[in-house]
Design a protein around this ligand. Structure first.
Ligand SMILES: Cc1cc2nc3c(=O)[nH]c(=O)nc-3n(C[C@H](O)[C@H](O)[C@H](O)COP(=O)(O)OP(=O)(O)OC[C@H]3O[C@@H](n4cnc5c(N)ncnc54)[C@H](O)[C@@H]3O)c2cc1C
Ligand SMILES: *[C@@H]1O[C@H](CO)[C@@H](O)[C@H](O)[C@H]1NC(C)=O
Ligand SMILES: *[C@@H]1O[C@H](CO)[C@@H](O)[C@H](O)[C@H]1NC(C)=O
Ligand SMILES: *[C@@H]1O[C@H](CO)[C@@H](O)[C@H](O)[C@H]1NC(C)=O
Ligand SMILES: *[C@@H]1O[C@H](CO)[C@@H](O)[C@H](O)[C@H]1NC(C)=O
Length: 511
């Protein structure tokens, strides 16, 4: 059965010649890029509206739908828009891109709007191309893959596939899209089995910077296929994609939450290190540890560990006894269907983590193993700064120990994702109700914690996961330090987006 939403027929859409003046001159590459055109929102709506399919919507700031369509997870560094377009079909997307180019208006694909990087704030008075109507999912006839429109999101995909007996790689939080994380790698709960989101991709339909539409896969534009799997935000808008799916292997996951007081930090992180020694944690097991304030224990921050096991309590027991032996303050276990795991582990749609509107200064760091001296320094520092400034007490330090077999089975050179050798993904989120007078201090805290991680592994390069990046890190840390990686990305950029239209999400060309 052919998917209803035009995959893969979109590849046939002709590459229309670009309107005269559509692309600004190459002076865009330097400071002093031509100022945004003076066109008003009303004029954009009047001119672009009639070019879109009937079910598409287009509106400005005075519309009731504005807030819902532009609200973002990250309150700081927000891109600003004069108009929102919600294309109803994939074929509307190139129409918007060509129109924006012709008018010299910057644009950004908005998916679930969890992008937090500082670089997004450089977009002023643009067109938001919201992918909220492009959420179709259709399982392929052979049931080994599915066709997804570009705006599908984790909670939706997890539920829809599970009901039919399947799983695929998604991020961990229900509220995030597939392609937002996916274009930068895409970590998630099934990566031990099946790899990153990019490892599940088979083919993508992409709207390029000039509004032309192409199919990108191993044989069609292989240079872009390489580049978009890790640095994809730089190259185009994915309007649909085909990705592998897998029959679910279990009916229930076993989840056990542990809470520890800080005096257990050293013994607990020794257990975490043992389990993830050389990336050897079984593929069925993943652990998320957090430093967090918890109102149940208000004296000092606690350490929360969420262990996940793809299987039964009995199967999990050999791996969990070490966590019991450390002596938790509290523990609680349940067996749950996979979709229910998201709510149970604080990653559901209603979880604090998924709520929009806070300032979230985010700083990641990839590691081989925990340096327990550094981890202790970080706890003490986190405790002291959030005690001194209680407005920061929603902040967390996260230690993600996803299982790795599926990720490390893939040749690291085969995609632009450069960090397959990391065993642990750490992240600081300095979270608070928006108050710009706190921003400098929040950034200072995040960078200090990054320094503790860096000093804790003095002989290894810094690895920054592009999707958690603050936005000012050196490109080599986000996209890989082997010189050939950035060279290849720059070559693809020169070929597919010479005017750097896609420059708002940790761009490889900074200007
Ligand atoms: C609560 C939370 C949980 C997270 N969990 C995970 C996780 O489990 N695993 C993980 O790897 N990351 C995770 N992240 C990080 C996540 O990868 C990034 O925040 C990502 O940018 C979010 O994508 P989005 O669609 O929600 O955001 P958006 O802001 O809508 O998109 C982010 C960027 O991707 C671009 N983009 C989105 N969709 C497309 C598309 N179809 N085509 C082209 N460009 C597109 C946008 O233009 C934008 O530049 C999480 C972030 C948050 C806030
Ligand atoms: C808000 O936007 C989402 C898509 O991003 C949509 O599903 C939802 O229906 C909208 N809610 C309202 C009240 O318009
Ligand atoms: C890759 O794209 C080409 C061109 O559209 C297409 O013929 C081919 O079937 C695609 N390959 C896969 C694996 O989808
Ligand atoms: C966080 O600080 C606020 C004051 O800003 C306080 O009311 C709240 O109880 C604190 N939360 C915790 C979990 O300690
Ligand atoms: C662990 O971190 C401490 C503090 O930064 C550092 O002095 C030490 O060298 C690190 N240990 C290793 C093995 O790298």
């Amino acid at each position: 059965m052919r998917p209803s939403f035009s995959f893969p027929s979109l590849i046939c859409v002709a590459v229309l010649p670009i309107l005269a003046g559509a692309i600004a001159p190459s002076s865009w590459q330097i400071e002093g890029r031509s100022p945004p055109s003076k066109i008003t929102a009303a004029e954009i709506i009047e001119q672009l509206g009639p070019q879109l399919s009937a079910a598409s919507t287009i509106f400005g700031q005075d519309d009731d739908r504005w807030e819902n369509a532009t609200e973002r997870w990250q309150a700081a560094y927000q891109p600003s828009f004069s108009v929102v377009v919600e294309p109803a079909t994939e074929a509307d997307v190139p129409v918007v891109v060509k129109y924006a180019n012709a008018q010299g208006i910057p644009f950004l694909a908005a998916n679930r709007r969890h992008g937090s990087t500082k670089t997004l704030g450089k977009l002023k008075n643009g067109i938001e191309i919201s992918l909220s109507q492009l959420t179709a999912i259709e399982i392929a006839e052979d049931q080994e893959s599915a066709f997804f429109e570009g705006g599908v999101w984790d909670g939706q995909v997890v539920d829809a596939l599970w009901e039919q007996g399947f799983v695929t790689g998604t991020g961990s939080c229900a509220c995030v899209s597939l392609m937002g994380p996916g274009l930068g790698g895409g970590h998630g709960r099934y990566q031990g089995f099946y790899g990153l989101i990019i490892d599940m991709l088979i083919s993508m339909n992409v709207v390029l910077a000039d509004g032309s539409t192409i199919t990108v896969n191993e044989t069609s534009h292989p240079d872009l296929w390489w580049a978009m799997r890790g640095a994809g935000h730089n190259f185009g808008i994915v309007t649909s994609f085909q990705a592998g799916i897998h029959r679910r292997t279990v009916d229930e996951w076993y989840i056990k939450e542990y809470v520890y007081t800080q005096d257990k930090l050293e013994s607990l992180f020794a257990v975490l290190n043992e389990q993830q020694e050389d990336g050897g944690q079984p593929k069925e097991l993943m652990n998320l540890a957090l430093f967090t304030w918890d109102a149940r224990w208000p004296e000092e921050p606690v350490i929360q560990v969420l262990t996940h096991y793809v299987g039964t309590a009995e199967e999990a027991a050999p791996f969990l006894s070490a966590f019991d032996d450390v002596g938790p303050l509290h523990s609680e276990a349940q067996s749950l269907s996979y979709p229910a795991v998201l709510d149970a582990t604080g990653t559901g749609l209603n979880s604090p983590m998924c709520q929009d509107g806070h300032t979230n200064m985010q700083f990641p760091f990839g590691l081989l193993k925990h340096n327990i001296t550094a981890t202790r320094q970080i706890y003490d520092y986190y405790s002291s700064v959030t005690t001194a400034q209680p407005l920061f007490n929603q902040s967390i330090v996260v230690f993600e120990a996803y299982s790795l077999q599926g990720v490390q089975a893939v040749d690291p050179d085969s995609s632009a994702f450069p960090h397959r050798d990391d065993n642990l993904l750490n992240d600081v989120l300095v979270t608070y109700d928006p108050d710009s007078s706190l921003d400098d201090e929040a950034v200072r805290i995040g960078k200090q914690i990054t320094e503790f991680w860096a000093q804790g592994q003095p002989d290894r390069e810094r690895h920054i996961y592009v999707n958690y990046a603050f936005g000012d890190e050196p490109l080599e840390q986000m996209y890989g330090s082997e010189p050939w990686r950035l060279e290849r990305l720059r070559a693809a950029k020169a070929k597919y987006d010479p005017d750097n239209v896609f420059r708002f999400y940790n761009p490889i060309i900074r200007n």
